[in-house]
Design a binder for this molecule. Structure first.
Ligand SMILES: NC(=O)c1ccc[n+]([C@@H]2O[C@H](COP(=O)([O-])OP(=O)(O)OC[C@H]3O[C@@H](n4cnc5c(N)ncnc54)[C@H](O)[C@@H]3O)[C@@H](O)[C@H]2O)c1
Length: 311
């Protein structure tokens, strides 16, 4: 194995910390940056070299020296927090992203892989969604689309090897359940484990494409080494739209519960349906290996052990 020096921004967060574990297990040397605004220090692998820094600061530049690959995951990404504070959203997600790209350029980093989001499609009503058209519809989505255009210009003007990843609904251990709006997978598991009535908005018909965190880490490791990904963007989802009702039913089946959900009127906010066309990622030999059932089971185990005792 060819050991590489890999830098992960947002290393204390959900995806960044899981990615760091995978990179370390694969034999790489991992360096992490996070300002701990959302992430937790205890989630960072002890083997990683950690720098408590803000991605908007020029103090990050020296940390990029000698780095082979950068995974840029740090972001402000709770949708309702972003709607409430577009200035902070743009500052972290646009200025912060450009600062990371600039740091990578100055240090001659070989490859940069950064997080976009399926939310860049939030205004589109065609499914499954391909990578061709973006139509962002929230401040968070706008900030991710702006990051995309800056990355494309770094590719064009500085010949950098950059790949953008449009994650759909990623779930799994360490998903940030503390945020203002709890992600739905964690929300249902927590409500059922605590004996609370799960809440279903509308008829529970809103559908999302859920992807287990290890599945996207498989793609991260592949993209690091694969030059076809340079200058490209990829959808990373399961390719299956699962309704909130189906998700709740699958969670109840796993937990052996049969609680009647509390029905509330449809949410006026957010996307009604997401479903990824993942053929471009599949063409590289990647496929999501963990099923929703297996992924939910791992999420339940994690929440039982680490989340419920803290509530
Ligand atoms: N989780 C998903 O379903 C999902 C879906 C689409 C896109 N994404 C994107 O993937 C990336 C990772 O998401 P996540 O779910 O792990 O989020 P997360 O909130 O768990 O992790 C983000 C990390 O970035 C850190 N951070 C925030 N602002 C920072 C700053 N100014 N300087 C340094 N660190 C900062 C936070 O402390 C946190 O540890 C984000 O860019 C997000 O927008 C995630």
């Amino acid at each position: 194995m060819n050991q590489k020096k890999v830098l992960v921004t947002g290393i204390a967060g959900f995806i960044g910390s899981n990615l760091a574990d995978r990179l370390i297990a694969a034999g790489h040397k991992v360096i992490g940056i996070d300002n701990l605004s959302y992430g937790l220090k205890e989630q960072i692998a002890p083997e990683a070299e950690f720098h408590k820094l803000d991605i908007r600061s020029k103090d990050i530049y020296p940390v990029f020296e000698g780095v082979d690959t950068v995974f840029h995951m740090a972001a402000k990404n709770c949708l309702s927090d972003c709607q409430r504070d577009p200035v902070d959203t743009a500052d972290i997600n646009v200025v912060g992203t450009v600062n990371v790209l600039e740091a990578a350029k100055r240090a001659n980093v070989r490859k940069i892989i950064y997080a976009e989001s399926s939310d860049v499609y939030s205004g589109l009503k065609t499914f499954p969604t391909t990578e061709e058209k973006m139509q962002p519809e929230t401040f968070y989505a706008d900030s991710k689309a702006a990051g995309h255009f800056f990355a494309q210009s770094y590719v064009k003007y500085h010949k950098m090897n950059i790949a953008g990843l449009r994650y759909f609904n990623v779930y799994g251990p360490r998903q940030d359940w503390r945020r203002t709006d709890r992600p739905i997978v964690s929300e249902f598991i927590i409500q059922l484990l605590r004996g609370e009535k799960p809440i279903l908005y509308g008829e529970g018909e809103r559908s999302k494409d859920y992807i287990y965190v290890d599945n996207i880490n498989d793609f991260h490791l592949l993209a690091m080494e694969n030059s076809f990904t340079n200058g490209q963007v990829y959808n990373l989802g399961s390719g299956i739209a699962t309704s909130f009702k189906e998700l709740l039913d699958a969670t109840q089946k796993l937990l052996g519960t049969k609680v009647e959900p509390e029905l509330r009127p449809s949410l006026s906010f957010g996307v009604e349906r997401t479903e990824a066309d993942i053929s471009k990622a599949r063409a590289l030999g990647w496929k999501p290996k963990t099923s929703l059932e297996e992924g939910l089971k791992k999420s339940v185990d994690y929440i039982k052990k680490y989340v419920i005792p803290k509530l």
